[in-house]
Write a protein that binds this ligand. Sequence first.
Ligand SMILES: *Cc1c(COP(=O)(O)O)cnc(C)c1O
Length: 334
Amino acid sequence: MNTKPKGFSYVKTNFNYISYYKDGKWDEGTLREDDKITISGLSTSLHYGQECFEGLKAYRRKDGKVQLFRVEDNAKRFQMSCEHMVMPAIPIDVFIDAVKKVVKANESFVPAYGNKDTLYIRPFMIGIGDNLGLKPASEYIFSIIVSPVGPYFSGPVKPVDMLVSEYDRAAPNGTGHVKVGGNYAASLYARLSAKKSGYADCIFLDPRTHTKIEEVGVANFIGITKDGKYITPKSPSILDSITNRSLKWLAINELKIDVIEGDIYIDQLNDIAEAGACGTAAVITPIGSITNGNVKHVFPASEVIGETIKKLYDLMTGIQFGDIEDPNHWVTIL
Ligand SMILES: *Cc1c(COP(=O)(O)O)cnc(C)c1O
């Protein structure tokens, strides 16, 4: 069947996974066809943002098999997010099993090999039930919905322009490091403002001093310095991207270059030759320029994707689609 994805828009698939938490325990979890959820209008997820989610993909290999990339890492991060939102965490094996089940049930929706199309997997948890007062819910839904998606950017990846935002997506000791809807809600206005001004997205600076790069929209910032090192910011309010973790590993072990995790000051970008934003959806989006107030900084690699970032992109996607042998137990073939 192989439904053609519509960019990054939702295409309804045959099955989704749903599990309910009630009276202190999770039910068995089932696959169902209906993708609608009926919940109380007083659910904590609707009013108080008690929810979290994950994002990963299933990849069609050249041999026709389907594989997942670092699903255990998503399971662990989901547990951490659940705990931070005071929600009952899902055991790692239950999470992985549910992902496998829902992907297998939708096998025919995993796009064909060759165009970098994938099946996007969205696990999430929401607090439900009649809750007027502010407290953690006593009932929850854990669900996984999937949709075929195209590559985030179609055509050759040309470096994009970014605008430094005057807003913050997360507080210094807030929820920046957990994958929760609240961070996304907080980022919408800033991202939309940047897009209205003609930029691809916005850059969020550290919320305490507004001097250092933290995140690019909802992706991690990465750079390659002029002396060939991989650099990425470190901060308690950055989401620990699994793509970034993988790229760091590939930089060290495959490209044999150094990785620096530290401060990247917005007014000291001269050492950076190539810049990019990384995450599951787009893998790496090269960044050509960053505008901060009336200063526009143009990176040397601004017209075409830089050489090192391109190498990392090719390695990453090669492993994800099974063209390059899995170097570090990252892949699960279904
Ligand atoms: C999900 C997310 C990322 C990317 O993480 P991956 O695990 O690489 O997909 C980066 N930043 C934010 C804020 C995120 O929510």
